[in-house]
Design a protein around this ligand. Structure first.
Ligand code: AHR
Length: 650
């Protein structure tokens, strides 16, 4: 082994020096060359030196999904806590989806009786003459309703003359078993819609094929009808928040320890047309005033998960919000110059909503909506993938318009450009702007990109705003993550972390999916309406291991060999040291590690056959944690083929 101080001397930063030391001490191997021998790999982690690492490095990206074939229900029917589908009849495509009559009634969507200006129709339940029993309607949720044994909050709007009992039940669709049975007394008139709210207990069932029934005394309505609208059912939400997140799905995400949340897209912000873009101001306030939208991809979003809910979510999970604003590009028209000005103004209204004092117009609105203090948002992205779908030519100007407006008034905000294609970016790019790269790749291609950032200029910060290994041989890339793919993500992340002086943020995407609607993968974890259905993918474990074990300083590592098939990055915070490892190959590898001055801690290991992953309801591969006592600074780590590991010692 020899050091080559001449080669290293010219590098701009100490992280680059760390990178250089690693490969130079390896005898000059380039970082992508492979070493397939099983001779132990020796790594000595330096106690000092290296660069700062971005505290935001590992985050998550969330959007209500996408593509004309894709309904993976990330928001409605996903992380948002409301479990009835089509509850406000939003959009133009759903009709009576998820509704069914209970008893001898006719039901139809009634546009002549809107619940509000935003919720423009309701469900008419017509009761024939002669009915004497309880009748009404069912909602079957998103392929069922989770029944957890907890107390549920329920609300609905009602119009029509009725004074008496409403019965609410949760019933097994196939079994007929009743898991909740609750009466409330209402007094409704035919002059206006009235909202009724109630709470009821449920009895746990492991099955998800349940439906919600609302019935009333048919004898009081026979020969006439009642209207119902904006029905809502919430199991307990994450941190108990009103209109909050589904607790189990959110808790599972919280355990990943993401540092930031990128929202609301992704493609989801863009809109098929200008008018169907994500509009911040129609996602705030009481849900009954939110119209929802027929999204870019032909199915409606209720927008019950709106701007404030995203921000509460960030606060509740201690994540930095990264909010995207509309850049003028839809999949139809692209607006620039004077045509964009009204939308720049709209964005500035959004900023006032976020940051304005309650004495300002929009600051006051925010306070009325339950948030008196300004939101803490330090990261704004201008658009999404604006170098694509006809956006390239105008993006420099569109970016500059929005950048100037936001930066002049809110200089504390770091602005992110929506891509990294310099021919579609302003030149020069304003100082401190971060560029956003999106990479969906096959496993070997990710590994080839391991050194992507090693020789980048150190004055241009990067966010990898979307990445994930896709099995490009499968139709539409669909396949559940498997070890080779997740291991390739780990290799790529090691490459990013080694360069986390410039790679400020990275997020695996997409995030979650409701089984049965899974025509886009990869995703980090999936679930359905059964309470215990949450299934992590092997990529979930990689993200959790990486995000939960990262120091604030990246350390030089002296190695006996070059990178491949074993990859590594070391970091520390104070006296706590972390070494991340990936074995991207079919052979067992022994890694001998020296971290002088450390003794105790843990080793987390994820390993499995190349093409195997966890599958829905079947977790075979997961992180195994071993405690380490009195390691005396030396550790011998045996890595199975296709393994990812983290050594955390102090
Ligand atoms: O994550 C899925 C989509 O892929 C995102 O919406 C878009 O930004 C990217 O093209």
């Amino acid at each position: 082994m020899k050091s080559d101080s001449v080669k290293c001397a010219g590098l701009a930063t100490s992280i680059a020096l760390a990178t250089c030391l690693t490969s130079v001490l390896a005898g000059g191997n380039s970082s992508t060359e492979r070493n397939s021998s099983t001779v132990p790999v020796s790594l000595t982690v330096a106690r000092e030196g290296g660069n700062e690492s971005s505290p935001l490095l590992y985050g998550v990206m969330f959007e209500v999904m996408i593509t004309n074939l894709t309904k993976i229900f990330q928001g409605d029917g996903g992380i948002h806590g409301q479990v009835l589908q089509n509850n406000g009849f939003q959009g133009t495509s759903l009709g009576l989806t998820a509704y069914a009559p209970v008893g001898d009634v006719n039901i139809f969507q009634d546009t002549s009786k809107p619940v509000s200006k935003a919720i423009t129709s309701s469900l008419n339940v017509e009761v024939p003459d002669g009915v004497t029993n309880y009748v009404g309607f069912a909602n079957t949720g998103y392929n069922g309703i989770p029944v957890t044994g907890a107390t549920y909050n329920c609300s609905f709007w009602m119009m029509g003359n009725y004074s008496g009992t409403i019965n609410l039940q949760l019933v097994g669709s196939h079994s007929g078993s009743v898991y909740a049975d609750h009466n409330l007394t209402v007094k409704s008139t035919d002059s206006k819609f009235t909202e009724f709210k109630t709470r009821f207990n449920t009895t746990y069932t492991p099955k998800g094929d349940n439906e919600w029934h609302l019935t009333f005394d048919g004898s009081k309505v026979a020969g006439s009808s009642l209207n119902f609208g904006l029905i809502q059912l919430f199991p307990p939400t994450f941190k108990g928040r009103e209109n909050g997140l589904r607790d189990d799905i959110a808790t599972f995400l919280d355990e990943v320890n993401p540092a930031f949340l990128r929202f609301p897209g992704g493609n989801n912000i863009e809109g098929l047309q200008v008018d169907s873009r994500w509009k911040w101001n129609t996602t705030i306030g009481p849900v009954v005033e939110r119209p929802g939208r027929e999204s870019d991809w032909f199915y409606p979003n209720t927008d019950a998960l709106g701007l404030d809910e995203y921000l509460w979510w960030c606060e509740d999970m201690n994540m930095a919000p990264l909010l995207a604003v509309w850049s003028g590009k839809s999949y139809g028209d692209i607006l620039s110059g004077p045509d964009l000005e009204p939308f720049v103004e709209d964005t500035m209204n959004e900023m006032e909503y976020l940051f304005g004092d309650p004495s300002t117009h929009y600051g006051k609105l925010r306070a009325q909506n339950g948030r008196k203090d300004p939101w803490k948002v330090d990261l704004i992205e201008i658009g999404n993938e604006d170098d694509l779908t006809g956006g390239c030519e105008t993006y420099p100007d569109r970016f500059n318009q929005l950048y100037k407006a936001i930066h002049d008034k809110y200089p504390h905000i770091t602005i992110i450009a929506s891509h990294g294609n310099y021919s579609c970016l302003p030149s020069p790019l304003p100082k401190d702007v971060i560029i956003d790269l999106h990479l969906y790749r096959a496993p070997d291609d990710f590994v080839k990109l391991f050194d992507q950032f090693d020789n980048q200029p150190r004055n241009q910060s990067v966010m990898v705003g979307e990445f994930g290994c896709r099995n490009t041989t499968a139709e539409r890339g669909v396949s559940w993550p498997y070890m080779q793919g997740s291991c390739s993500e780990a290799v790529y992340m090691i490459g990013m972390e080694r360069n986390s002086d410039i790679v400020k943020m990275a997020t695996y995407a997409p995030l979650i999916q409701h089984f049965g609607f899974d025509n886009w993968t990869p995703t980090l974890y999936g679930f359905d309406s059964a309470p215990d259905s949450i299934t992590p993918t092997v990529s979930y474990f990689v993200q959790k291991m990486f995000a939960s074990n990262k120091g604030d300083t990246i350390l030089p590592v002296h190695s006996s060999t070059g990178f491949g098939p074993v990859y590594w990055v070391a970091s520390k915070t104070g006296s706590q040291y972390y070494l991340k490892l990936a074995n991207y190959g079919p052979e067992q590898q022994t890694v001998k590690v020296s971290i002088p001055g450390t003794k105790t801690g843990k080793l987390e290991m994820l390993a499995g056959p190349k093409y195997q992953g966890d599958t829905p309801y079947n977790v075979q591969i997961q992180t195994v944690t071993t405690s380490i006592f009195n390691g005396q600074g030396n550790y011998s780590i045996s890595m199975d083929p296709w393994a990812v590991a983290v050594l955390a010692v102090s």
